[in-house]
Design a protein around this ligand. Structure first.
Ligand code: CA
Length: 487
């Protein structure tokens, strides 16, 4: 082989390697920070009336605020399964608190196979051990706020301290000890501010004497609504227990005075837990800056669903009302996302996995049911972007006696069907953003109902929801019984 051929040969050999290395340098790291039950309306970047979150707000200032991102099944475990798989509950097999089948494909597995170094720290809540992660340290089940036990591949260990600080410590340790020649995918999942809202002393003191403004719908009387909200046991007044309020109410308190007292106790502790999450988001962002990682790292802050902060007199989630289904979603990606921008296109949690795939330069698997948000990051709104999406909640009676339902949300309307009690609710989100006036049954809205109902069943069919889990209860096998067709 003469010299020219040798040079040519070695160039050919080296070229793909060099291209790969260049691609590797370019591939962004992904830091996904998710809280548990943190409503967007308890983040100041979303116009909170009840608190200030300066660190989470940094992501809005330096990135994009999504105003309409939703959970397709507003409860912890199903949302986590949907985020990992990019699929609805009836496809990934987690409609309620079912054990996640870790042998199925997940975005973590795809990224790991493509050369990402993957880590999962904090609340997992999918019963089976994590798969697709190089390193993981998770809370068993819901986990504890103080001196929590953790599970790892090597076994169980207790770490002393406050859970939100510890999960951040573990995440930073993962970053410090990562291999330098790989991009990383890190899921940092906080337990806070999940019920029963146990803040650490420092943050508890910040809210102990604070009077939190009440939401406009705290005294919602549910006139015009279906039986479901009347029956639900997630009411601030009737259902918050001494365990939630950290002691019994003052003797003699009743009626509206008791409602006010319970709301304050609930929100003081909830917001104190949020404040610790905010501080810890700041610590992680500071670490990215100090370590030089910030420029090539996508950072997302979200929550597994929204939460009622006394809205409609409630304190949990589950219902397809806005406060419950809306997830905060803030994303920073230097050089790609314009700082201080916002996005009103509707995203759903099954979009997250496709988003990570595209961000990593990977094809989105055809069986994922969501759609990558990356074009929206770039300020584009594809002409065929969704104008409606499908919701389904199964956990009935569940912990809060909340009737199962499915529904459709469009840019302007929402239609909900409570299939076990055969009742409908319909809202005009433009005229009635607080969802106080159920217009189902209004003859003037018959045309709107027909259109929404057709769209609901079109989506249900398209998503292959064949009612395979319609009567699912925790721990049960999928039922073969089919619900009666809706009237
Ligand atoms: Ca949750």
């Amino acid at each position: 082989m003469h010299l020219i051929s040798m040079l040519l040969f070695s160039t050919l050999l080296l070229a793909p390697l060099a291209a790969l290395q260049a691609a590797d340098v370019k591939r962004p790291n992904i830091l996904f920070i998710m809280a548990d039950d943190h409503a967007a309306h308890a983040i100041s970047a979303y116009g909170s009336r009840v608190n200030q979150t300066p660190n989470i707000d940094r992501l809005a200032k330096e990135g994009m605020r999504f105003d309409r991102v939703f959970a397709v099944n507003s409860i912890c475990t199903p949302s986590r399964a949907s985020i990992l798989t990019g699929k609805y509950s009836h496809i990934n097999g987690v409609p309620v608190f079912n054990r996640f089948d870790g042998s199925q494909p997940t975005v973590a597995k795809y990224l790991q196979a493509a050369g990402y170094y993957t880590g999962m720290f904090g609340k997992w809540h999918l019963e089976s051990d994590p798969t697709g992660f190089d390193r993981w340290t998770i809370l068993p089940g819901q986990g504890d706020y103080f001196n929590p036990a953790f599970l790892e591949a090597s076994g169980r260990r207790v770490i002393n301290g406050y859970v939100t600080d510890i999960i951040t410590d573990l995440s930073i340790e993962f970053l410090k000890n990562r291999p330098q020649d790989k991009p990383f995918f890190l899921m940092c999942h906080h337990k806070a501010p999940h019920r029963n809202w146990q803040p650490d002393e420092k943050h508890k003191a910040m809210f102990a004497d604070k009077i939190i403004p009440e939401p406009d719908t705290l005294r919602d009387d549910y006139a015009t609504r279906s039986a479901a909200i009347h029956q639900s046991t997630q009411k601030v007044l009737a259902n918050l227990s001494p365990n939630d309020t950290k002691g019994p109410p003052p003797v003699g308190l009743s009626g509206d005075a008791l409602l006010k007292w319970k709301y304050q106790r609930y929100m003081q502790d909830y917001l104190a837990c949020v404040q610790s999450v905010d501080d810890n988001v700041g610590r992680l962002l500071d670490y990215l800056t100090e370590s030089g990682l910030a420029a090539n790292t996508i950072v997302i802050y979200t929550s597994d669903q929204g939460f009622f902060l006394g809205d409609h007199g409630l304190y949990d989630k589950r219902f397809m009302y806005e406060e419950s289904i809306r997830m905060p979603f803030l994303v920073r990606w230097p050089g790609v996302i314009q700082p201080g921008s916002s996005q009103s296109a509707m995203g759903i949690n099954v979009d997250f996995a496709p988003t990570f795939m595209q961000a990593a330069g990977l094809p989105v698997p055809a069986d994922m049911q969501g759609r990558s948000l990356v074009p929206l990051f770039q300020g584009e709104r594809p002409a065929d972007w969704r104008s409606s999406w499908y919701y389904r909640y199964y956990h009935d009676p569940g912990d809060h006696n909340t009737r199962a339902h499915y529904g459709v949300r469009t840019e302007t309307h929402k239609l909900i069907y409570f299939w076990k009690i055969d009742q409908w609710e319909m809202y005009d989100l433009v005229k009635d953003p607080a969802e106080l006036h159920n217009i189902h049954g209004d003859p003037a809205e018959a045309g709107t109902f027909a259109k929404l109902k057709a769209e609901l069943y079109r989506l249900k069919k398209e998503l292959k929801d064949d009612d395979q889990f319609a009567y699912e209860e925790p721990g049960s096998k999928p039922s073969t019984a089919k619900p009666k067709p809706a009237k």
